[in-house]
Design a protein around this ligand. Structure first.
Ligand code: PLP
Length: 393
């Protein structure tokens, strides 16, 4: 499964990535790295995983030609429909793979972090499926904001622990999940929700999400007999984007475009556009781009979509930006809302607010490249955003 683009043995993507963790966690990380390498080369494990993706997650997800949107934008638009995957987003591809890995490695419990609750729901479902108890750490602020997902996790049998330390949102929840892992590194597996964190997580998450790009590439070749001019995805931590991009990395005719959360404005604390506005630093065990002050304090972020509201980004995106292989733009809250409403009206699809950023970026791309063929990853469905949408004129 791991082909030519494996990071170095130290987990570096160029100068980014690595494994900056407290010494207490080093043995657990080393064990995990060995388990990941083994599992990704184990044909039987991969066969069972692929079978589960097909019969439980519902893969392959559809590739949808959007005729009305294409006409409105003056470009040909295909959507990769991760909103149709079990639990409503791409996150299940990763959560299932990591839960199966935990089971294979003999862990007796799983811990996970969650922000908006999407990764928590996916992990709760995957743990029920493989038969492992699951504890999800969630910022106390988010527990209040995302009540429906908290209830979904409960129904799926997970314990949800509100985290009141730090900013009481995603960043604090990751810190707390890491702490739980340090306390019991042998029995506990940490299922991390995006292509971030210390090596080997960015590699593992990319390998588990690359199914998105592999399927889309084959589906588009079948539908259109050619590759897209551009592949577009929203970027929070960067897992759905790297999953879409990876299988196109050696196709120079395919541009790669990541769309970040432009929030209210480009002012500090009013957005979550890490590649666009960030500087180099270490967060959650990984050297990458970060939204931080000159003194190195992590900045507050804002996005209308909770899933993009993270001050870091996966190290492979930092490398793709540095080498110019991928380009990164922003869509503001308002642009994302407008794109969401356009997709609802023209195509009968209610996307997640996160995915609406990719759509807004796609629309801007179409204006600049009339007649081009666009592949857009629709990372999730918008049911979870209904309260926000109803409250927003
Ligand atoms: C969590 C989430 C994202 C952002 O996470 P990435 O790791 O950047 O993909 C995007 N879309 C949806 C629907 C999500 O739930």
């Amino acid at each position: 499964m791991i082909a030519s683009d494996a990071p170095t043995a130290l987990g570096r993507f160029g100068r980014f990535g690595g494994c900056f963790v407290p010494e207490m966690l080093v043995p657990a990380i080393e064990r995990l790295t060995a388990q990941v390498t083994e599992a990704l080369a184990d044909e039987t494990f991969l066969e069972v995983y692929t079978h589960e993706l097909r019969t439980w997650v519902g893969r392959p997800t559809a590739l949808t030609l959007c005729a009305h949107l294409s006409e409105a934008w003056g470009a040909e638009v295909y959507l990769k429909r991760e909103d149709l995957a079990h639990t409503g987003a791409h996150k299940i591809n990763n959560a299932l793979g990591q839960a199966m890995l935990a089971k294979r490695s003999g862990a007796t419990r799983v811990v996970a972090e969650t922000g908006a609750g999407q990764h928590g729901v996916a992990t709760a479902a995957a743990c029920a499926r493989v038969g492992l108890p699951c504890t999800v750490y969630m910022g106390a602020v988010d527990v209040k904001r995302q009540a429906p997902n908290v209830m979904r996790m409960h129904q799926l049998g997970a314990e949800v622990v509100p985290v009141t330390s730090g900013d009481a949102t995603l960043r604090a929840a990751i810190d707390e999940a890491l702490r739980a892992w340090v306390a019991d590194p042998e029995g506990t597996a940490y299922v991390l929700g995006s292509a971030v964190g210390p090596h080997p997580y960015p590699l593992l998450v990319r390998e588990l999400q690359a199914v998105i790009g592999r399927e889309a590439r084959a589906q588009l070749l079948e539908a259109r007999g050619r590759l897209p001019d551009v592949a577009i995805a929203c970027v929070g931590g960067g897992s759905n984007a790297i999953g879409l991009f990876h299988p196109f990395r050696h196709d120079p005719e395919v541009a790669l475009l990541g769309v970040e959360a432009g929030g209210r404005s480009a002012e500090p604390q009013h957005h979550a556009a890490t590649v666009t506005h960030g500087t180099e630093g270490v967060l959650h065990g990984c050297l990458s781009l970060l939204l931080q002050t000159e003194a190195g304090q992590i900045q507050e972020t804002h996005s209308i979509s909770a899933g993009l509201d993270y001050p870091g980004v996966g190290p492979e995106h930092a490398l793709l930006a540095a080498t110019g292989r991928a380009r990164y733009t922003v869509a503001t809250d308002d642009e994302a809302l407008e794109a969401l409403r356009e997709l609802c009206r023209l195509e009968g699809i209610l996307p997640a607010l996160e995915s609406a950023h990719a759509l807004a970026g796609a629309r801007a791309y179409a204006v600049d490249h009339p007649g081009s063929l666009l592949l857009v990853n629709l990372s999730g469905r918008g049911d979870k955003d209904l309260a926000t949408l109803e409250a927003t004129p």
